[in-house]
Design a protein around this ligand. Structure first.
Ligand SMILES: O=P(O)(O)OC[C@H]1O[C@H](OP(=O)(O)OP(=O)(O)O)[C@H](O)[C@@H]1O
Ligand code: HPA
Ligand SMILES: [Mg+2]
Length: 178
C-alpha cells in the first residue's frame, strides 16, 4: 500500500501540529457564536474528526456528501449532493471543512448553495490547497498547507476510493493511477 506512495508530503506530526493551530484560531474567532461545522464527505472525514476534538468552544457537527470526481483524477465540474444537512442552518455561523481545494468547483457550488439557506456567516477551512489549479475563486479563511500540483492521497483523501486510511498525506506514484 505504502509502495504506491512516491513521497510523504506531510507527516502525521506536521498535520497534527497544523490541526491544533487551526482549531485554536477557530475557537477564538467563533467564541460566543452558534457554530455549525459541516464536514464535506467523504474526503474531509478524517480531518474534521481530528479538528473538532481540538476546538474548545461549543459546536454542532453535520456532514454533506457531494461528489464531483468519481473515480477519475480530474474534476468533472458536475457536482451532485449525495447527502444533505439534517437541519436548517438559518442564523448559524457555518464552518465548511474540506480536505483539499483543487479547482474550487466543489466549494464554489457548495458555498453558493449554503448561502441561499440564510446562514449568518459561512467560512471555509481546508487542510490542503492547490492554488495553481484554481478555476473558481474561493475565499479560504483557515488553510493548513498550500501544496504543489501533484495528485495526493491519505488522511481522508482517496484515489478511486483507496488510500483514505493512510495517516499521512503522500504523492501517489504515476504507476498507481495509470
Ligand atoms: O476543488 P475541486 O476541484 O472541486 O476538488 C476538491 C474536492 O474533490 C475531492 O472530493 P471528491 O469529489 O473526489 O469526493 P470525496 O471527498 O468523496 O473523495 C475533495 O475531497 C474535495 O471535496
Ligand atoms: O490531489 C488530489 N487527490 C485526490 N483527490 C483530489 N481531488 C482534488 N485533488 C485531489
Ligand atoms: Mg471531497
Amino acid at each position: 500500500m505504502y509502495n504506491d506512495v512516491k513521497e510523504v508530503l506531510l507527516s502525521e506530526e506536521q498535520i497534527a501540529d497544523k490541526v491544533l493551530e487551526l482549531a485554536q484560531l477557530i475557537s477564538e474567532d467563533f467564541a460566543g457564536k452558534p457554530l455549525m461545522v459541516i464536514g464535506v464527505l467523504k474526503g474531509a472525514n478524517v480531518f474534521v474528526a481530528d479538528l473538532i476534538r481540538k476546538i474548545s468552544i461549543p459546536l454542532e457537527l453535520d456532514f454533506m456528501a457531494i461528489s464531483s470526481y468519481g473515480t477519475s483524477t480530474q474534476s468533472s465540474g458536475i457536482v451532485k449532493i449525495l447527502k444533505d444537512l439534517d437541519k436548517d442552518i438559518k442564523g448559524l455561523h457555518v464552518l465548511v471543512v474540506e480536505d483539499i481545494i483543487d479547482t474550487g468547483l466543489t466549494l464554489s457550488y457548495l458555498t453558493e448553495n449554503l448561502r441561499s439557506r440564510g446562514a449568518a456567516a459561512i467560512e471555509i477551512c481546508t487542510l490542503l490547497d492547490k492554488p495553481e489549479r484554481r478555476k473558481a475563486h474561493i475565499d479560504v479563511k483557515y488553510k493548513g498547507f498550500n501544496i504543489p500540483d501533484e495528485f495526493v492521497v491519505g488522511y481522508g483523501i482517496d484515489y478511486a476510493e483507496k488510500y483514505r486510511h493512510l495517516p499521512f498525506v503522500g504523492i501517489l506514484k504515476e504507476e498507481a493511477y495509470q
